[in-house]
Design a protein around this ligand. Sequence first.
Ligand code: NAX
Length: 329
Amino acid sequence: MKNPIKITITGAAGHIGYALAFRVASGQMFGPDQPIILRLLEIPQALSSLYGVGMELEDCALPLLHDTVLTDDPAIGFRETDYAILIGAKPRSKGMQRNDLILENAKIFAMQGRSINEHASKNVRVLVVGNPANTNALIASANATDLHPRQFTSMTRLDHNRALGQLANKTNRLVADITRMIIWGNHSMTQYPDIGKCLINGTPAYDLVTRDWVIDHMIPRIQRRGAEIIEARGLSSAASAADAVVDHVRNWALGTQEGDWVSMGVASDGSYGISEGVVFSFPVTCKDGEYEIVQGLGLDNLDQSRLKTSEKELLEERAIVKDLLPKGR
Ligand code: NAX
């Protein structure tokens, strides 16, 4: 029997956390032979609800779930953890400006970065989901001064999966037939869903759909998909977000398929002219718990201007939180 993997989920009593915990504990993230210890972290006001999640996990009698820790103390929540999935964040309240929301959340992620640095496994892998996810990942990473920025990523896999769904639907093919989707940039309205390199059973996607459809329908629909779901359900995406978390971490830990890649928000190393350090979504391949940004993809002027627009937004976000970034990060 393998040693259990410790996985921390913050905001575990929230909508995404609730959808995620059961999937992780049932083996969907790391496979059917990998025991799991869950460390579920919440704020004090949500502890009662978290205890309910704990009871339900117990009632599932999941054979892979070796232990569940329920806490509002980050030192306990992150203790020796191998994977930290940071979902818990402050929602926008009425009248709150975007900059205030970024700053409020920045404080949470700065504190969590320091706590992860102090308490987690030195090989911890961190996925930030709570918005603004890219900049929160930057803040957490910058405050985890003994850890490498490559240990911190942010989630654009939901956008990636949304784009796969749209393209499969439009071309009447299966999602499994499509490879090489890309989401570039920020998890926000400036993200760039790029099907320019996509293959559908080996055929370039642009042989099967028109540019007008991509520019006028697909891209704006993915950029606004979150709002479309809120309008329909009265609630934000939760099951699909949890599904994307499972995909992101599984690929990071266990690898991507030969000949394909996935989208992840990672610290830019200057690839494609993006400023170093900002957490930007790139196409990446993964192997043995490490990712590599896919290099050498051709970008036309329109592609480049879309990347620059998203980079500009991320640089503005970084400027807003600069006081929470230790010098040089
Ligand atoms: P909920 O409001 O349902 O849940 C958030 C939970 O986090 C709450 O239970 C709250 O008590 C907890 N929390 C708040 N501060 C915390 C802290 N400091 N430590 C631990 N727990 C804390 O939101 P939910 O729908 O689950 O969404 C969570 C976050 O994911 C939001 O920021 C949301 O914007 C973001 N999303 C990011 C996505 C992405 O692709 N990156 C997509 C889905 C989602 O919109």
